[in-house]
Design a binder for this molecule. Structure first.
Ligand SMILES: Nc1ncnc2c1ncn2[C@@H]1O[C@H](COP(=O)(O)OP(=O)(O)OP(=O)(O)O)[C@@H](O)[C@H]1O
Ligand SMILES: [Mg+2]
Length: 330
């Protein structure tokens, strides 16, 4: 991912904001961490997946920030003179967990890099985190990296193209992560096995095509081979089950509507690629009438959360490992 690394590094040289996008396991977090490490940059890294489910309060966001500040040795020095912050052996704490505390912490962090990973999660809040990010962009000497695997939801949250939105018109750079080509994937695996001192036949490497060049799955495959010498089938089965459990977790927010999401995904997985009318017919054959606008919003939510991809030939499950899980275990 040398090119992506350079894009990120150059992006932050010229812009205050870089957005790193890519579906699950495309290597976003690793790219950002590698960049911060290589360039030895003081940073605050907030992983919004660690926020509790449901509505996100200012309290829980600040708790995440406290934990990260506590981990950074330089933070104590910088925050020691900031009002509203207490520093003790236990760690760094905000006396009041409110917006003012967040703003003063951001001021104190000037000159650093603020990373918000899985930033689309911040849409689940009464607080306008997009305004807070825009405030930091406009008023502070702070570089910001936002990242998200649910790319559509991330942009729905940031609304960079909406003239009414706080971040509208602010220049930024997007770094898009990608899958490896077949050749790159083979090379990646070959080198990995070589480093681990393990001989693996070309047939087995061929079979790893099913991981579709997704770096996270390739790593998962390589690691499982090296540590347990399992067959590709067994590894793929476990990977599919993992992908299914992530999908189920993500669908929970739809409550009673979840059943329809499930059916849509099953129909699309079965057909491999499916157009709108074909999906509608497929769902109706299984669970009865579905209003057109309901189906449209289901499909657009599934695309925005990265489970589906819309192509010229119709909708498809974006991750083949997930598709095989849906077909076999769901
Ligand atoms: N450039 C790379 N070289 C080697 N391994 C990598 C690379 N990028 C990512 N990986 C491995 O792939 C896995 C997934 O990467 P990572 O967590 O960075 O992806 P992600 O896009 O942030 O995924 P998620 O959307 O699940 O957060 C990790 O285990 C990581 O070690
Ligand atoms: Mg990540």
């Amino acid at each position: 991912m040398e090119a992506e690394l350079r894009e990120l590094s150059d992006g932050l040289k010229w812009e205050k904001l870089v957005i790193v996008t890519g579906l699950r396991r495309y290597g976003k977090t690793s790219l950002i961490l590698t960049y911060l490490n290589e360039e030895k940059l003081d940073n605050i890294f907030l992983d919004c997946r660690l926020l509790p489910p449901g509505m996100i309060s200012m309290g829980s966001f600040l708790e995440l920030l406290e934990a990260e500040l506590t981990r950074k040795s330089w933070a104590r020095r910088i925050l020691s003179r900031v009002e509203g912050i207490s520093i003790s052996e236990i760690g760094i704490r905000f006396k009041e967990r409110d917006l003012n505390s967040l703003i003063s912490a951001l001021h104190a962090l000037e000159g650093k890099i603020l990373v918000i990973d899985e930033a689309q999660e911040l849409r689940r809040s009464r607080h306008r985190f997009d305004s807070i990010i825009a405030y930091a962009y406009d008023h502070l000497d702070l570089k910001i990296i936002l990242s998200g695997s649910q790319v559509g939801l991330l942009y729905r949250f940031l609304r960079v193209d909406d003239p009414e939105a706080p971040l509208y018109g602010r220049p930024f750079k997007e770094v898009r992560m990608r899958k490896l080509s077949d050749e790159e994937a083979m090379d990646f695996l070959r080198k990995g096995f070589e480093q681990a001192g393990m001989k693996v036949s070309d047939d087995i490497l061929e079979e790893a095509r099913r991981f579709d060049g997704i770096i996270g799955w390739l790593t998962y495959f390589g690691f499982s081979m090296i540590s347990n010498r399992e067959s590709v089938e067994i590894i793929e089965r476990r990977a599919s089950k993992l992908a299914i459990s992530e999908l189920e977790h993500a669908l929970r927010i739809y409550g009673l509507a979840e059943a329809r999401y499930r059916e849509a995904l099953k129909v699309i997985a079965t057909l491999e690629r499916a157009r709108w009318t074909r999906i509608k017919r497929g769902i109706e054959a299984r669970i009865g009438k579905i209003p057109s606008n309901t189906l449209s919003s289901i499909l657009s939510n599934l695309v925005d959360s990265g489970f589906l991809e819309k192509t010229e030939e119709g909708y498809k499950i974006a991750d083949p490992v997930l598709r095989s899980g849906i077909l076999r275990y769901w």
